[in-house]
Design a protein around this ligand. Structure first.
Ligand SMILES: Nc1ncnc2c1ncn2[C@@H]1O[C@H](COP(=O)(O)OP(=O)(O)OP(=O)(O)O)[C@@H](O)[C@H]1O
Length: 119
């Protein structure tokens, strides 16, 4: 096991997270994540519910990171307008939208009954 190489890889991965955090969408995801965690603490989620919320929030972040990577690669590959680059970017953004919609549905299923019970 090459520990220095592994530590370097971690450094690059954290650099990637830093790049991601410069994106406007990532800042919105950060805001949404904080709201979800605070609401979860307020309404008192079970460990199963925290596990589900963690998975879905993580999936949204992973999708956004890949979307950002694909966007940057597209911008590098073609500085000009090209219909195929447009499709690649739209597909990548579509993937984030799909998982975000699923996250909203899961959020409603888990949070709504608890919020209504606390009213
Ligand atoms: N080079 C291109 N060729 C064709 N269509 C493009 C190109 N760049 C962007 N588009 C279209 O514009 C949409 C938005 O692209 P992009 O996310 O790069 O723009 P933006 O939202 O202004 O960028 P950023 O997120 O960096 O502010 C894409 O989904 C795609 O439909």
């Amino acid at each position: 096991m090459n520990v220095p190489k592994m530590l370097r890889s971690f450094k690059y991965a954290f650099q990637g997270i830093w790049v991601l955090m410069q994106e406007n969408n990532a800042r919105f995801h950060l805001f949404a994540t904080v709201v979800v965690v605070l609401t979860g603490l307020l309404v008192g989620l079970s460990s199963d519910e925290w596990a589900i919320i963690s998975i879905i929030v993580g999936l949204v972040w992973v999708a956004e990171a890949f979307n950002t990577a694909i966007e940057k690669l597209c911008d590098f590959v073609s500085t000009e307008h090209h219909p195929l680059i447009g499709k690649v970017k739209d597909l990548s953004a579509g993937a984030v939208l799909i998982i975000s919609c699923i996250a909203v549905i899961i959020g409603i299923i888990i949070f709504l009954p608890k919020i209504l019970a606390n009213l």
